[in-house]
Design a protein around this ligand. Structure first.
Ligand code: MG
Ligand code: MG
Length: 251
């Protein structure tokens, strides 16, 4: 069941979104060689709590940390660890969520630790962000859900990369994950109509190689089955009367 939010609820999600955006800026300032992913998690949790919000992920289905930190062939859901020390050329995907006054916002970004390791890796990250922007550009009242999916897939496959199929975007609100599911592939013009008050998290996950994945023995970390590099970008977006509002937009 799709839950449409009132303007008051969207206003709360706007606050949650700004907290997430500011958390990302704060954590990115700490990214560098020699820093562990647990260090980044601590920076994020302290910042979210300082803003009187709660990390969405900590304790979610038993997830032990406030952010997901996924390196290189890890796609999503990497668990921060003091043993995961960032090094020059790592591809680092970070995922953030915060709850403010009962409402979630969710956003992810992929960055390099220092310089990109290869031109192809640089292209992967750029294309994944462009795919997210293409998906967002399809959000408007009267549009259809799969218009976003199709736009993402066109950008990704047009660049010679693959869209992860086993994990998808989602509605968001009082729960981190709500209906509808939003695949990053498919034909346009399908699925529910987009209406004001629908709030979605659009999140392309892209690999250089094959789209198939597997989950590591920690039961969380999703890696590409073929070991190829992956990237992930995500925003939380509200459908408005006028079009859309990216609630997790960074300054
Ligand atoms: Mg996320
Ligand atoms: Mg999400």
């Amino acid at each position: 069941m799709i839950i449409l939010k009132s303007l008051d609820e969207v206003a709360k999600m706007r606050v949650a979104g700004s907290i997430v955006a500011d958390t990302i800026d704060t954590v990115l300032a700490s990214v560098g060689p020699g820093v562990s992913t647990t260090d980044l998690d601590a920076v994020a949790e302290a910042f979210i709590r300082e803003r009187k919000a709660t990390p969405s992920f900590k304790g979610y289905r038993g997830f032990p940390a406030s952010i997901c930190a996924s390196l290189n062939d890890e796609v999503v859901h990497g668990i921060p660890s003091p043993k995961r020390i960032l090094k020059q050329g790592d591809v680092l995907s970070l995922d953030f969520g915060a709850i403010w006054d009962g409402y979630h916002a969710d956003s992810a970004i992929t960055v390099f630790v220092g310089e990109p390791p290869t031109a192809e890796a640089e292209k992967l990250v750029r294309v994944t962000e462009e795919a997210l922007e293409a998906g967002i550009s399809q959000i408007r009242p009267g549009g259809r859900l799969s218009d976003m999916s199709h736009a993402v897939q066109q950008v990704v496959e047009g660049a010679g990369f693959s869209v992860i199929r086993e994990y998808v975007g989602h509605g968001i609100g009082r729960n981190l994950h709500e209906d509808p599911q939003i695949p990053n592939y498919g034909l346009p013009g399908r699925g529910p109509e987009l209406r004001p008050g629908l709030v979605v998290a659009v999140e392309p996950m892209v690999t250089m190689g094959d789209w198939r994945t597997r989950v590591l023995a920690d039961d969380w970390t999703v890696v590409t089955a073929d070991g190829s590099l992956a990237a992930h970008f995500e925003h939380t977006i509200a459908v408005t009367e006028q079009g859309r509002e990216v609630l997790t937009a960074r300054g």
